[in-house]
Design a protein around this ligand. Sequence first.
Ligand code: NAD
Ligand code: TYD
Length: 347
Amino acid sequence: MKVLVTGGAGFIGSHFVEFFLREYSDSTVVNLDCLTYAAHPDTVDRLGQIGGNRYHFYKMDIGDPQVAQVLKAHHIEAIVNFAAETHVDRSILDPQAFVRTNVLGTQNLLQSARKAGNLRFVHVSTDEVYGSLEPQDPTFTEQTPLSPNSPYAASKAGADLLALASQRTYQQDIVITRCTNNYGPYQFPEKLLPLIIANALEDKPIPVYGDGKQVRDWIYVEDHCRGIDAVLRKGKSGEVYNISSSAEVPNLEIIKKTLALLKKPESLITFVGDRPAHDRRYGLNPEKIKNELGWKPKYNLEQGLQLTVDWYRQNRSWWEKVRDQEYFKYYQANYQPKGSKTGEVTS
Ligand code: NAD
Ligand code: TYD
């Protein structure tokens, strides 16, 4: 299969490109990514070495009308759309960038796919479009109404609705995946797990927003990629598929587990001010993808966390390269720890 992957220089997209090239020796992957701060400078070359002449890279925005020409030039048969602005905290500071890429960019891709001859279109979305659960609520199913709370989640919900509308209006071949919080190697160290690991390895404080009792549903990135592949190959047009390993854990608990694996003290845990409109709990029901497409996760949380911690330990130069320039500038400029106006952290 000849696939166009957007956002393939980011965290999950790069895992998917690698998985696809290794799994299917007759595949060709065209990676289209405009290389924002979230794309690691080494990723494009690394994937090029894996894919050889079965891999092509375009530095291009998904909102660019030239995307249609790329699709034609490579006789693309399917698109997997990962490209997005993805960090909730950044969406609170600059929602415009999220609307530009996640909504308008996706719309351009949908139109381009239609022009190129109704290609299969997998739109990669998130559980955050469903909003927040109370502790006793059942997990989100594909029928749960969308109720996003952050500009990030709202922009992803907008893209999901445009994708579903295109499927109904133009009979486009479109499927949507909605997944839980991913973790694993190559995740940009602004998201919780790589941030904890990198800070702990440098004996720096671990910032915990609010009371740390928010619950997230964690999945190892490789399991997500295999779920997307199942939907790409077997998903029914117009359908949404939730992807989850059913591993709901409060933030403080996953932080403590990670510190224990790293043999670092819990005294690094530092409570800071809360995120506005911070979703309390995510939990996703994956029965549909399991029953209809035969997908199931390979990794439990303990196995996935161990692999992740080992990778960040062994690949310090990867995360050190991006971290100083980006994360700390952002964090220090925008988050004031509880009870302090000076940027000093409090435990
Ligand atoms: P990421 O932030 O690590 O990577 C995003 C990639 O998209 C980067 O390489 C960036 O350069 C590229 N990009 C951004 N704007 C672009 C544009 N306008 N044109 C072209 N490329 C652009 O993101 P991620 O964590 O790998 O997430 C990938 C997808 O999976 C997103 O759509 C996200 O909403 C979804 N998702 C992520 C998670 C998670 O836990 N990370 C969970 C569920 C769903
Ligand atoms: P994050 O990785 O940003 O993913 P999302 O907000 O999309 O779920 O955050 C995961 C959880 O961890 C979320 O409840 C916010 C919390 N968090 C912290 O407590 N401290 C941090 O420094 C970060 C980045 C997140």
